[in-house]
Design a protein. Structure first.
Length: 74
């Protein structure tokens, strides 16, 4: 679990510093945006950023990401 948090911090720092993401990091961001779109949160993310989402909204995105990751492993 701590590895997952460190990955998030690395991605956030790279995006903020406008640095190139690895393929794995790019895929993670792509999936996150796709889920936000499915949940109808794209406009909110574009206008307020990821920090503008509620804990319920971010939890929903994270839960769906975890579920998809689990299903892809099997």
């Amino acid at each position: 679990m701590s590895n997952n948090k460190s990955v998030k911090k690395v991605i956030k720092a790279k995006i903020k510093a406008n640095k190139e993401l690895t393929e794995e990091e790019k895929m993670r961001e792509k999936i996150k945006y796709e889920i936000a779109e499915e949940l109808g949160l794209t406009d909110k993310v574009k206008s307020e950023g990821w920090g503008g989402l509620s804990s319920v909204e971010t939890g929903r995105i994270g839960g769906i990401m975890a579920k998809r990751k689990k299903n892809n492993i099997k």
